[in-house]
Ligand binder design. Structure first.
Ligand SMILES: *Cc1c(COP(=O)(O)O)cnc(C)c1O
Length: 451
């Protein structure tokens, strides 16, 4: 028997072929070299040495393409989950994208006061807007909400006790576990009440001279129903004030404007959370606020001053790109009408279902025009990102019933990748979480994946 591996062309022979030489003109040599090697390896594994030069060049070109793709790339979110942590949470408003590009390309007054010509503070930039929009006395922006919690606990409760209801000892998407975070922040967790019921007296009885704070965690990714009771922030603030303790409210979602009139009820806005009497409110920048990843701390100026002085704040500081995008996003909230139109998360959550249906029909019609079986059906979208856990938002999905598994895979591996979901043996592409500007790209991607 002959060994097919002996007939494999050498890497050097392939590098000298006309097709590969032209790849070398467009791509770094090391990338092309790696592509050639991987094409030869793949052929060896398949026992397939007998390829025409054209076939070799095609497989090398395809390897070059996949090696040249950035690791972090755009995907189309057709899951119907608007705030999808695995898909990068909030897409940014156009003005936030422009602010990032503008600031990123040059120098900035990040820590420089242009009025006085002296050193300034990076923490000063979003404070005014945040206070104006939420009624907070002071504000501090760090890298994410988890960091905000660590900073708050470490500053106010290191080596001391912190009371938390057993019903709030939760894990929130992306391995944020309240007990673990507390331990790392150096605070001792004191559990009060039971999983389903916690009362005023549970907190009162747990307060000792070692107590440093009461923490309230917003139950963001699940709901406890049935025989339940818990103590609201207003009651906690009252109990805490009897003992001169701060209440830290981990709000998570970062809702800035009420979504009640869109049928999304029960989630407090940042302003409401502050009004209830929390000393500090912690929230994410990239959830319902619709901005970049950030942890926003709102509340009392005296506590904020302590937080800023903690050396950990330095380790959690945000960069100029985050600040630029957050400031631009917050600015949109000065005119709520603009915020609902221009902040993609808000636009997606509040778009009338008739509008989603029109878009779905138009994409489906384009697909049918080229012979692809595509229907539109009712679907149920969700907020995601740990907010409104039980809300089902009326939506529409494009249904692809032919070869759903294969199509799902091809869409996922395409460029741009499209992420849908398989349900009842069909592939659903929910339009509520797709940016309207991506509708044509989506149609194009489906055409490519089904042909
Ligand atoms: C999402 C969430 C967090 C974590 O926020 P990150 O910004 O991802 O760190 C913390 N607490 C609550 C209540 C949340 O919903």
């Amino acid at each position: 028997m002959t060994d097919p591996r002996r007939d494999l062309p050498s890497v050097n022979t392939l590098l000298e072929s006309a097709g590969v030489r032209s790849l070398l003109e467009q791509h770094p040599r090391r990338v092309v070299l790696e592509a050639v090697r991987s094409a030869v390896d793949a052929a060896r594994d398949r026992g397939d040495a007998q390829q025409s030069e054209q076939q070799w060049v095609a497989s090398i070109a395809s390897a070059v393409q996949s090696l040249s793709q950035p690791s972090l790339r755009r995907v189309i979110n057709a899951t119907g989950v608007v705030l999808h942590t695995n898909l990068g949470r909030a897409p940014l408003a156009e003005s936030a994208v422009q602010a990032i590009a503008h600031i990123a390309a040059g120098f900035s007054n990040l820590e420089y006061d242009v009025e006085t010509g002296e050193r300034g503070s990076r923490y000063s930039h979003c404070v005014g807007l945040l206070c104006q929009l939420t009624g907070a006395e002071d504000a501090l922006v760090v890298n994410n909400c988890a960091a905000a919690m660590v900073l708050a606990l470490n500053t106010l409760a290191q080596k001391k006790e912190v009371l938390v209801s057993r019903g709030e000892l939760v894990e929130i998407g992306g391995s944020f576990r309240i007990p673990d975070i507390m331990a790392r922040a150096g605070a001792k967790l004191v559990e009060v009440g039971t999983t389903n019921r916690t009362h005023d007296d549970d907190y009162r009885r747990a307060i000792t001279p070692k107590t440093a704070a009461i923490v309230k965690v917003h139950r963001s990714n699940f709901a406890i129903e049935g025989f339940t009771s818990d103590v609201g922030v207003d009651r906690l603030a009252f109990i805490a004030s009897e003992h001169g303790l701060p209440v830290i409210h981990d709000l998570g979602s970062g809702l800035m404007v009420s979504l009640d009139e869109y049928g999304l009820t029960g989630e407090p806005t940042a302003g409401m959370a502050l009004e209830s009497g929390a000393s500090l409110v912690l929230m994410s920048g990239d959830k319902l606020l619709g901005g970049p990843q950030a942890g926003i701390i709102l509340g009392a100026a005296d506590l904020m001053a302590k937080l800023r002085k903690n050396p950990l704040a330095r380790a959690m500081r945000v960069d100029k790109l985050t600040i630029s995008a957050l400031e631009a996003t917050l600015r949109l909230y000065l005119e709520p009408g603009r915020a609902f139109k221009e902040i993609p998360v808000l636009a997606m959550l509040t778009a009338p279902v008739t509008e989603i249906e029109l878009r779905a029909e138009s994409v489906a019609a384009k697909l049918r025009a080229v012979g692809i079986e595509a229907k539109v059906q009712e679907s149920s979208a969700s907020v995601g990102g740990g907010a409104f856990p039980t809300a089902a938002i009326r939506s529409r999905a494009i249904v692809l019933s032919r070869n759903p598994e294969e199509t799902e895979k091809k869409l996922r591996l395409g460029e741009p990748a499209v992420i849908g979901r398989i349900s009842d043996g069909t592939l659903l592409l929910d339009l509520r979480s797709v940016l309207p500007s991506e509708d044509d790209l989506l149609a194009h991607a489906v055409r490519k994946a089904t042909q």
